[in-house]
Design a protein around this ligand. Structure first.
Ligand code: URP
Ligand code: ZN
Ligand code: ZN
Length: 460
């Protein structure tokens, strides 16, 4: 039986422009955007969204769900993490599938598929993390890309566990490019960081605040420059994840001005949180032990400028959650053992809307581009990121006159803290639709279990 939904009276915002219009949804897809007489539509569910913004469902291309990391596993699995995403207006994820030590890439990918299938409540794809380029690993690339996992991630930090040395990174880049894939790079000079961290521990500075000192901006900037040069030698496109510094933005802008295939994202926390959080007493700073670390104000300003200028094209969450108690269990006596990462998938959309649009840093259309349209385009997510006929009906209904208060006590992320605790933001997400289904209302999940679909992505 055909299902028809009419969202009427709202303002439809796309990256390409905004218009006052109704949205007609037929069987989970957007049928038309315009003005409709409900009486002429036959049996239709009509929802009055007068005064509300209708925005494309968020596309977050950087999450780590049910993911092994630094001796533990991220606290959100595909059920809790995707519910939190939906409640926060994100209807598509691209999650990182880690290579399991001792397993092939394809076996690791199959294991990640098994974690997500039947649990995810929003649509999802995967990037494949390559952490050990064993003999024959690159021979698996064509099949992995052909299965719809058309991007890889490599780490330039964490030697001895997940870091690839430059030669292996070059090999991943050129093989991926030869088969139409793209490579996401974690750009930090891991060897320098390891020396600085060892010095701090030798000096007795073992607390969580040392995490930032061990990872100065230059460790990111150097790695970004090196990765760009290696990608040039490999004749491969490059996508930088979680950029945090002014120097990195400049390096990416310079590469793009030469027409090199270099793209970059930053994350909500680098745009909105200050490094002074590392000065918190006790173990509190562990909440922001994430990599790269938070930076000073001038870096944040450069990131906002980079977004406006187009040198950075995407804002992701890097949702990599570990409860504070778990961070304490592993790293209370040595900051190097604190699992690196923080929560963010639930709050990326509203924090960026509030801090970007409402603070006058971004137009509404640019916000939509960064949070949905550009990530969908960058990673080949057909049918996502825009409210246009033929697209999936992934729609956020946002009330610009409402208020959002963020708190660990009310969040859906499986976490005992949020770095945005107590923030009161203008605007509230009233309802979220995924393929035409109402999945979240007023911050609570109301959809079916396990309804998310794997998205096989087209290659570049
Ligand atoms: O703090 C972070 N980002 N954790 C590790 C995952 C990553 O993206 O490197
Ligand atoms: Zn990373
Ligand atoms: Zn990450």
């Amino acid at each position: 039986m055909t299902t028809k939904l009419l969202l009427s009276g709202g303002r439809v915002v796309n990256a390409s422009g905004s218009t006052d219009a109704d949205v007609l949804v037929l069987d989970g897809r957007i049928e038309a955007v315009g003005r409709f007489d409900p009486a002429a539509l036959g049996e239709v569910e009509r929802v009055d969204v007068s005064g509300k913004l209708l925005l494309p469902g968020g596309v977050d291309v950087h999450t780590h769900l049910d993911s092994p990391m630094m001796g533990t596993v991220t606290s959100d699995d595909f059920a809790s993490g995707t519910r939190a995403a939906a409640c926060g207006g994100t209807t598509t994820l691209v999650d990182f599938a880690m290579q399991t030590p001792g397993s092939t890439l394809q076996d690791s990918l199959a294991a990640h598929h098994a974690k997500a299938a039947g649990k995810a409540v929003v649509d999802y794809g995967f990037h494949m993390c390559v952490t050990d380029l064993y003999d024959g690993a690159t021979k698996e690339f064509p099949e992995i890309i052909g299965s719809g996992v058309s991007s890889f991630k490599v780490f330039m930090a964490y030697r001895g566990t997940i870091m690839l040395h430059d030669g292996d990174m070059f090999e991943v880049l050129r093989t991926s490019a030869a088969h139409g894939g793209q490579v996401c790079v974690h750009a930090e000079n891991g060897d320098v960081i390891d020396r600085l961290a060892a010095d701090l521990v030798t000096a007795g500075r073992t607390g969580p605040g040392s995490h930032e000192i061990a990872r100065p901006p230059a460790t990111e900037v150097e790695a970004v420059h090196r990765a760009i040069r290696i990608a040039r030698m490999a004749d491969a496109p490059l996508y930088f994840v979680h950029l945090s510094t002014e120097g990195a933005v400049e390096a990416v802008a310079d590469a793009r001005s030469r027409d090199w295939a270099v793209a970059g994202e930053t994350c909500t926390h680098y745009l909105t949180l200050d490094r002074s959080l590392y000065d918190a007493p006790g173990f509190e700073a562990a909440k922001v032990v994430l990599t790269p670390p938070l930076r000073e104000q001038h870096h944040r300003e450069a990131l906002w400028r980079g977004l406006r200028a187009g040198s950075l094209g995407v804002v992701s969450s890097d949702h990599c959650p570990f409860c504070l108690e778990e961070k304490r269990r592993l790293g209370e006596h040595d900051f190097r053992a604190i699992p690196n990462g923080g929560p963010g998938v639930e709050h990326r959309f509203i924090v960026l809307y509030a801090q970007g649009v409402r603070e006058g840093r971004l137009s509404l259309e640019k916000f939509v581009d960064l949070v949905a349209t550009a990530p969908a385009r960058q990673f080949g997510l057909a049918g996502k990121g825009a409210i246009v006929p033929g697209a999936d009906a992934d729609i956020v209904v946002l009330d610009p006159d409402g208020t959002t208060t963020i708190s660990a006590a009310t969040q859906n992320q499986r976490m005992d803290y949020t770095p945005y605790e107590g923030w009161e933001l203008p605007g509230v997400i009233e309802a979220v639709y995924s393929r035409g289904d109402l999945v979240a209302r007023a911050g609570r999940y109301v959809g079916a279990e396990g309804r998310g679909r794997f998205l096989a992505r087209r290659t570049a």
